[in-house]
Design a binder for this molecule. Structure first.
Ligand code: GLN
Length: 533
């Protein structure tokens, strides 16, 4: 049977519980355990798909097409696993399934209540997702004290079968604020938050403290005393230079040993070498040459909106031994001619027509000036529009999404999407096969002829324009054969111009960077070197 580690948060949100959970997962995996990891989101939305990135940051997409919380991205990247629908449990899903059961009469005669019906449903989900794993980490979103997260915390409490049992462990991540005026760190909020947890019946076994300053041993002892844990169980999580250094920071404080002791587990086979190699290179990054990468998009002021994209760029930067200076170009307000100064350009995915013309213009400049370019999803659609307008001279070319009655809809809805009225989970979602054409840039990049990549979009390249655009030099180098959909386009007259209908960033991992980002940055590095000669 799987052991459970529950991770809760105290005092404030945004403490980095996701990174903490993923780092613990990485360490335990390195000890040879099979680990699964789950995010519980207390909101009523069934999934994150209908939420704007301004609410919870990027919507992460799994292979099986679930639209999830961005923490699943950390789980995949740190543990090198592929999450699925079951790895993100929302209150909306739990209520939906309890209400469905009630309507079917499965609770006939009973009053359906939060305890036990909602909590039982949550516990069933925990048990299901843990099947076949040595350890299951369950991160509970929100902050202890929130009304919404109570059923999840109650379910977590009930998972411990006895006072001294070693089947469940509770880790509380909390803030230890620093007061400038008195130059001291304060433990009181942590004490309060642990008290709140205790009121619910959870006694935390380990406290992870987030703080701007180093915590003294004295202070650790104080926290240990108030929270009834040994001082070795008070673990610091300082702001790290890179999130990928966190597993090692935890390791050095013995967090993995504490966990294994409390769960009564023994290392199976310690293997941290590859991870270590990667982090050693991160530490050297300041000595690597720098390239300038333009990202022309809409959510330029919101770091979390392009989380996976930024991580994918970072993995490939390390693999290329370069430092990437990312420069966001707001295509609605910024001067687009900045593109010409860049060593590479990415136009990422997006929804809505804000900044669309600027994106198309940015791509034109990259195409004409030989700036290495990668278009992603909406970025590919914009590349197709740009090519149709400026090379095929179809002046009115556009996407049906932004100009419904345009004369040349080079991007349009396919028949399957035309009659859809519900917005939730109705896009083309998840992993689809893509056949790669021989002797193309795509083949050179992937070194394969069939790939699988994750999608999240409604519109597609309109096949009626394939013949015309290919006759003037656009190459359709990736096709989904089953649905006859264009997945990759490229322009061989340009040194590096490729655009994809899917989101490669979701599949990049620190130890296996995605070939598209790797090759884009390699092209940027080479271009910069050539310019120097
Ligand atoms: N808005 C476009 C579509 O729905 C692109 C979506 C995206 O970039 N993820 O097709």
């Amino acid at each position: 049977m799987s052991k459970y580690i529950f991770i809760t948060g105290g005092v404030v949100s945004s403490l980095g519980k996701g990174i903490t959970s993923a780092s613990i997962g990485r360490l335990l995996k390195s000890h040879g355990f099979s680990v699964n990891i789950v995010k519980c989101d207390p909101y009523i939305n069934v999934d994150a798909g209908t939420m704007s990135p301004y609410q919870h940051g990027e919507v992460f997409v799994s292979d099986d097409g679930a639209e999830t919380d961005l923490d699943l991205g950390y789980y995949e990247r740190f543990l090198d696993i592929s999450c699925s629908r079951g790895n993100n449990i929302t209150a909306g899903q739990i209520y939906q399934s309890v209400i469905e059961k009630e309507r079917k009469g499965l609770y006939l005669g009973q009053t359906v209540q939060v305890i036990p019906h909602i909590t039982d449903e949550i516990k069933n989900r925990f048990t299901e997702i843990s099947r076949g794993f040595d350890i299951t980490i369950i991160e509970i979103g929100g902050t202890v004290g929130d009304i919404e997260s109570l059923p999840f915390l109650e379910a977590a409490r009930q998972m411990k079968t006895g006072k001294n049992s070693s089947d469940s462990l509770y880790i509380h991540v909390t803030l230890v604020p620093y007061l400038n005026s008195s130059d001291e760190l304060k433990t009181k909020p942590t004490q309060h938050s642990v008290n709140k947890l205790r009121e619910i019946g959870i006694d935390p076994d380990i406290i992870v403290t987030r703080s701007e300053k180093k915590i003294s041993d004295e202070m650790k002892k104080k926290i240990a005393l108030f929270c009834s844990v040994v001082s070795e169980a008070v673990i610091e999580a300082p702001d790290a230079k890179s999130i990928y250094l966190v597993p090692d920071i935890f390791k050095k404080q013995g967090l993995d040993e504490q966990i294994m002791m409390l769960l009564r587990l023994r290392t199976k086979k310690w293997d941290f070498e590859e991870w270590n190699e990667f982090t050693e290179n991160i530490k050297k990054q300041d000595s690597f040459p720098e390239i300038r990468l333009g990202i022309a998009g809409k959510y330029t002021k919101l770091k979390d909106a392009y989380k996976s994209l930024n991580e994918a760029i970072f993995h490939s930067a390390i693999a290329n031994r370069i430092k990437v200076k990312t420069e966001y170009i707001d295509t609605e307000t910024d001067d687009i001619s900045k593109v010409k100064e860049m060593d590479a350009l990415i136009v990422p995915g997006g929804f809505g027509d804000r900044g669309i013309e600027g994106k198309i213009e940015a791509i034109r400049q990259a195409r004409e000036k030989g700036v290495p370019f990668l278009g992603i999803c909406l970025g590919m659609q914009c590349a197709a529009i740009e090519f149709a307008r400026n090379v095929a001279k179809l002046k009115d070319a556009h996407s049906d999404e932004f100009k419904p009655k345009c004369k040349d809809p080079v991007v349009s809805l396919m028949p399957g999407q035309k009659n859809i009225s519900n917005k939730g989970a109705t896009m083309r979602l998840g992993a689809y096969d893509c056949q790669i054409k021989k002797n193309t840039l795509a083949e050179k990049i992937y070194k394969k002829n069939t790939i699988k990549e994750r999608h999240r979009h409604r519109y597609e390249f309109n096949n009626e324009y394939r013949k015309l655009l290919s006759s003037i030099g656009l190459v359709f180098s990736g096709i989904n054969k089953k649905h006859d959909l264009v997945e990759i386009i490229e322009y061989p007259k340009h040194p590096f111009f490729i655009a994809v209908q899917f989101h490669p960033e979701f599949r990049s991992r620190p130890l296996s960077p995605h070939p598209l980002f790797y090759s884009l940055l390699k092209a940027a590095k080479e271009k910069k070197n050539e310019a120097k000669l």
